[in-house]
Design a protein around this ligand. Structure first.
Ligand SMILES: NC(=O)C1=CN([C@@H]2O[C@H](COP(=O)(O)OP(=O)(O)OC[C@H]3O[C@@H](n4cnc5c(N)ncnc54)[C@H](O)[C@@H]3O)[C@@H](O)[C@H]2O)C=CC1
Ligand SMILES: O=C(O)C(=O)COP(=O)(O)O
Length: 526
């Protein structure tokens, strides 16, 4: 039975799903060293933001197939290392969107109305009203930095509260911003015009310390900043000083460069600084959503099924997968076949989508072809996650083309491998019942279904050859399931494709190549 380690606190609904297919161990108190020691026996790891899934952890996890992040941000997971090792990383892209957006809005209102400080004051026995005079958000300008899922919901609600909206997001169109009632502007404009600035961006080299002493100095003395996205996008010392000095009006922060927050100037700022311990996703609803979403994906992957929100399988979302699945199988089979025909080191793989297949997204098909191509060398170590990286590391150049003018079947796929031992090409298609057919090998038209064991020969089209191969195989007790010859001209070159019931012994292949007229012979295992 598979084993799953859950190393951060996740909702029981997720544990229940995992328990259907695996032994689930929940241990939320592991030190980094203990995690490295424990991980080798696990097939899957489920975390939130607390566990640091470092290179060391991933490399120690030699059984790991999947790492599930019960939330959005995967910055606590070394995704490149996971990818290189063929480990799927999944998250829950939408499970906590509303929770994080509502927390940002709650932080904005808490800050404007001094709710945390007023609460503290009443609880300490006082009745202070004058010093807690707040300000309204109505008709104020909110600058949304990062107009993705969470930023969009914040914008929608803020608009309903009567706020004017500016947005900065270099990857969002002006039309999308307009739909949300936001004016897309540059960052400078947000810094100088906004009364409130809310951040909803990932932590990347571009967003690191986006809010710093210089940008804070451009803001109005009343501007309030809310960060429920990621620590590190604000220079914490600079914002502590800016609030303390009155350079800006206040800040409400849920996330910090280092978590848990240690010794920090932020803790010492008296008024107008609201701090929460990374609570953005901490609602009952969000925790159920993310735990179920990620547990289902871990369960599926452990059962050999694809994950729906893998962050390291580009372009393979569930819709694409469903539509392309038969073609992905075809691409993998053809990749495997052309890799075996090519024999030695492949330097270039040409992938051509033909006919109706040209309407499809090519990237997953290319990945599937590479997975097939590399499967002889890497066996089960290669998968959809690492096929592209493994190919790149082996120096395999991939050239994709599309040719809509080919009208065979309902779309076909041609792969050509150029390698140290020469060039080979195969073409394949799907019949109306989704059955695979190999329709061309090295330019010779054929029509055969792929088979576990196959024999391909390149020979001169002349009488007697087929008979000789047939009796040779008979002598070695190899049963032929089907046989087909493809040729372009009579008595020219031809290919013969035999499907056989058993693997072909090596010495039979040597005997076949000795037959006069046989140029080459290849045994194939699919
Ligand atoms: N505090 C908490 O508990 C939670 C925090 N988060 C964090 O909130 C952030 C946003 O999450 P989602 O909205 O789900 O992600 P998303 O991917 O839907 O949106 C992020 C947006 O940021 C934009 N962006 C990227 N680089 C940018 C840059 N340099 N400048 C401006 N915009 C940029 C992207 O184009 C995208 O539209 C993430 O960092 C996530 O980890 C998410 C959930 C809970
Ligand atoms: O989903 C995210 O990106 C979050 O930041 C939520 O973090 P958490 O799962 O609450 O530790």
């Amino acid at each position: 039975m598979s084993k799953v380690l859950v190393s951060d606190s996740v909702d029981q609904a997720g544990i229940d799903i995992l328990s259907q297919v695996a032994q689930v161990d929940v241990n939320t108190k592991l030190s980094p060293e203990e995690l490295i020691k424990a991980i080798p026996e696990y097939d899957a790891l489920m975390v939130r933001s607390g566990t640091k899934v470092t290179q060391e952890v991933i490399e120690a996890g030699n059984q790991l197939k999947i790492i599930g992040r019960a939330g959005v941000g995967v910055d606590n997971i070394d995704v490149p290392t996971a990818t290189r090792r063929g480990i799927v990383v999944v998250n829950s892209p939408e499970g906590n969107t509303i929770a994080a957006a509502e927390h940002a809005l709650a932080m904005m209102l808490s800050l404007s109305r001094h709710i945390p400080d007023a609460n503290q004051s009443v609880k300490s026995g006082k009745w202070e009203r004058k010093q807690f005079i707040g300000s309204e958000v109505y008709k104020k300008t909110l600058g949304v930095v990062g107009l993705g899922k969470i930023g969009s919901h914040v914008a929608t609600v803020a608009r309903a509260m009567g706020m004017k909206l500016l947005a900065y997001d270099p990857f969002i169109s002006a039309e999308r911003a307009e739909q949300l009632g936001c004016r897309l502007v540059d960052l400078e404009m947000i810094f100088t015009e906004a009364d409130y600035i809310t951040l909803h961006i990932p932590r990347t080299p571009e967003t690191e310390n986006l809010i710093n002493a210089e940008s804070l100095a451009k803001m109005k003395p009343t501007t309030r900043i809310i960060n429920c996205s990621r620590g590190g996008v604000i220079d914490e010392d600079a914002i502590a000083e800016a609030v303390e000095n009155g350079t800006i009006g206040g800040a409400a922060l849920d996330v910090f460069a280092e978590e848990p927050l240690g010794e920090s100037k932020l803790r010492n700022v008296g008024a107008n600084m609201v701090l929460t311990p990374h609570l953005g996703a901490s609602t009952e609803e969000a925790q159920t959503n993310v735990a179920v979403d990620v547990a289902e994906q871990i369960r599926d992957v452990l059962l050999g099924l694809p994950a729906r929100s893998a962050v390291n399988i580009p372009g393979l979302n569930p819709d694409v997968l469903e539509k392309l699945r038969p073609f992905l199988q075809l691409a993998e089979t053809l990749g495997n076949l052309v890799g075996q025909l090519a024999g030695g080191r492949v330097e270039q793989l040409n992938v051509r989508l033909q006919g109706e297949l040209t309407d499809s997204q090519s990237q997953p098909i290319v990945v599937a072809a590479l997975k097939g191509l590399l499967s002889q060398a890497l066996r089960e170590r290669v998968n959809y996650v690492n096929a592209s990286i493994e190919a790149k590391e082996r120096g395999i150049r991939v050239i994709e083309t599309k040719d809509a003018s080919v009208h065979d079947y309902s779309g076909s796929l041609r792969l050509e491998a150029i390698g140290s031992l020469g060039e080979h090409s195969v073409t394949g298609a799907l019949l109306s019942d989704q059955e695979m057919r190999i329709t061309n090998v090295d330019g010779f038209p054929i029509n055969v279904p792929p088979n576990n064991y196959m024999l391909f020969t390149l020979h001169r089209d002349m009488p007697g050859i087929i008979g000789q191969i047939g009796s040779l195989l008979g002598n070695f007790n190899v049963n032929i399931a089907s046989m087909q010859v493809g040729r372009k001209i009579v008595r020219g070159d031809a290919v013969m494709v035999l499907s056989i019931d058993d693997p072909l012994p090596e010495d039979v292949l040597t005997e076949i190549t000795k037959i006069s007229g046989i140029r080459d012979a290849y045994t194939i295992k699919l």
